[in-house]
Ligand binder design. Structure first.
Ligand SMILES: NC(=O)c1ccc[n+]([C@@H]2O[C@H](COP(=O)([O-])OP(=O)(O)OC[C@H]3O[C@@H](n4cnc5c(N)ncnc54)[C@H](O)[C@@H]3O)[C@@H](O)[C@H]2O)c1
Length: 251
């Protein structure tokens, strides 16, 4: 998909792997300046290498999105580097162990919510402060098909992704008149490390079969939707919770 992001400054959390890296590749190939933030310096260095091969202007930032001071520093670093922040993709997320609610653990609840929900809130807060100062911007949050559907055993993950949709829509309404658009993409199942490291090969087949298209999604297919929502082509979209799920939630 082709969009012109020349000289646009883009921040992507969880940008060293999976969907975040696919988004970073897509934005780089369309001329954007891209900051990827992730947990490990080693993973970031590897991703930055890959992105530089696309002639991307890229920086890597170590940031744990569940820590307010690190999130604020991440946004400050992007602005120090390039003077502004046009687009933020709040993508960092983790899965939860699969257990029925009676068998779930408090530390798993806290860990999943800290990244998937608190992380998105902290990032949006810091990004919105900068976007308000500059008078505009676009935020795309990585929600999930599990923002509108449930998956038995995955209650924390599901709850966190329902909450991301709620946060997205509320903030979209709050900032609708300020030139800042806030949307979310809801991917179906895509074979990224998050999924492959959590489920068996048999389960992967089942995950493909929940889609009406009977196949898994490709990271690039999710990145295309993120780019659309971040672009001027989506100038009348805010508060959109966009399914990109091979017809899963249409059924
Ligand atoms: N893969 C799928 O099928 C799928 C479906 C729906 C939604 N999603 C969502 O897409 C997003 C990306 O998932 P993915 O499949 O690419 O997973 P992934 O594991 O390949 O990538 C996630 C990245 O986020 C980083 N990360 C984790 N915790 C972090 C933290 N506290 N601070 C900063 N970075 C952190 C990881 O290090 C990793 O690089 C997640 O929010 C996930 O919930 C994925």
């Amino acid at each position: 998909m082709s969009f012109d992001f020349s000289n646009k400054v883009v921040l992507i959390t969880g940008g060293a792997s999976g969907l975040g890296l696919a988004c970073a590749q897509a934005f780089c190939s369309q001329g954007a300046k891209v900051a990827i933030a992730d947990l490990s310096q080693e993973a970031i260095d590897k991703a930055v290498d890959t992105l530089q091969q696309l002639n991307g202007e890229v920086i890597g930032l170590v940031c744990n999105v569940s820590q307010a001071n690190q999130v604020d520093e991440m946004v400050t670093s992007v602005v120090e580097q390039w003077g502004r922040l046009d687009i933020a993709v709040n993508n960092a997320g983790i899965s939860s162990p699969l257990n029925p609610v009676a068998k779930t653990q408090e530390e798993d609840f806290d860990r999943v919510m800290a990244v998937n929900l608190k992380g998105v809130w902290l990032c949006m807060r810091a990004e919105l402060q900068q976007m308000e100062k500059q008078g505009g911007g676009a935020i795309v949050n990585m929600a999930s098909a599990l923002s509108t559907r449930v998956f038995a055993g995955g209650s924390f993950y599901v709850a966190s992704k329902f909450a991301v949709a709620g946060l997205t829509r509320t903030a979209a309404v709050e900032y609708a008149e300020s030139g800042i658009r806030i949307n979310a993409v809801c991917p179906g199942n895509v074979a990224t490390p998050l999924v492959v490291n959590t489920v068996s090969p048999e389960m992967l087949k089942e995950l493909a079969n929940v889609h009406a298209m009977k196949r898994l999604g490709e990271p690039e297919e999710i990145a295309s939707a993120v780019m659309f929502l971040a672009s001027d082509a989506a100038s009348f979209n805010t508060g959109t919770i966009l399914p990109v799920d091979g017809g899963w939630t249409a059924q």
